[in-house]
Design a protein around this ligand. Structure first.
Ligand SMILES: CC(C)(COP(=O)(O)OP(=O)(O)OC[C@H]1O[C@@H](n2cnc3c(N)ncnc32)[C@H](O)[C@@H]1OP(=O)(O)O)[C@@H](O)C(=O)NCCC(=O)NCCS
Length: 214
């Protein structure tokens, strides 16, 4: 098995869209125009994973000025409705807008390789951190019994296994709280998301940053 993670190109869009539709049947997929705009705005932040030449995963991100968002934001707002018009090269935060891996090849380190590419980008651009709001796809099974915040705590304590939050914690992210109404179409997560952060240990405030206008 040979996994390659590289920057996404226009020729990958159809394959990524097909995968996205399969993974999220209840969430409207991004249009080709969405992907084209993401690539135009921030090509370095878009990654695709290939396994023996076949598209098996993708991760997309943008740079934001985090002070504009915080715990009250939702997916539409922080991703400029998926087209990244709010991408700010002078921001200090790489925001993870999406990551997914083909269900037939999960638990083979592909998600980990995509996340490593994101951390590498964060270090190369001398950004302060990566922030994301991760899905809580196991929450719907517990929603009658507990709040999303309690659910997330139980995942952190190791009493419940959520495939996405568990993965992100193991990738070195810290849990910062839950966001209500982050993505209402995400019925598995009941619209909730876990706000997570990874701090770049090499970040130096005030150091010149590649790509920044300041
Ligand atoms: C989250 C996701 C990207 C992980 O991708 P993946 O390729 O399966 O992840 P990896 O194989 O790199 O997993 C790395 C480690 O994370 C942990 N992990 C991953 N999936 C897990 C699961 N279902 N349960 C528990 N731990 C898990 C494991 O420790 C794993 O290492 P191991 O297999 O050696 O034990 C994938 O499950 C996915 O696409 N989910 C659906 C889409 C989604 O919700 N994305 C998140 C958007 S916020």
């Amino acid at each position: 098995m040979s996994v390659i993670v590289r920057n996404t190109g226009s020729g990958d869009i159809d394959g990524i869209r097909e995968l996205q539709k399969r993974i999220y049947p209840t969430i409207p997929p991004w249009s080709s125009a969405h992907f084209e705009q993401q690539l135009e705005i921030f090509p370095a932040g878009q990654f695709v994973a290939l396994l023996d030449g076949k598209i098996v995963g993708a991760a997309s991100s943008l740079i934001v000025s985090w002070d504009d968002y915080g715990l009250s934001h939702d997916w539409k707002e922080v991703t400029g409705n998926g087209v990244f018009g709010n991408h700010d090269p002078d921001g200090k935060t790489l925001y993870g807008a999406e990551v997914f891996v083909d269900p037939t090849v999960r638990r083979r380190g592909i998600g980990r390789t995509l996340y490593a590419a994101r951390r590498r980008l964060c270090r190369e651009l001398k950004l302060k951190r990566i922030i994301a709001a991760g899905r809580l796809p196991g929450y719907h099974k517990h929603a009658q019994k507990m709040s999303a915040a309690t659910y997330a705590m139980k995942v952190i304590w190791g009493d419940i296994n959520d495939p996405v939050l568990r993965f992100q914690l193991l990738e070195g992210f810290q849990f910062c709280g839950v966001i209500e109404g982050y993505l209402p179409d995400d019925v598995e997560s009941c619209g909730y998301a876990a706000l997570i952060v990874w701090l770049n240990p090499l970040y130096r405030p005030g150091a010149p940053r590649p790509g920044s206008r300041g």
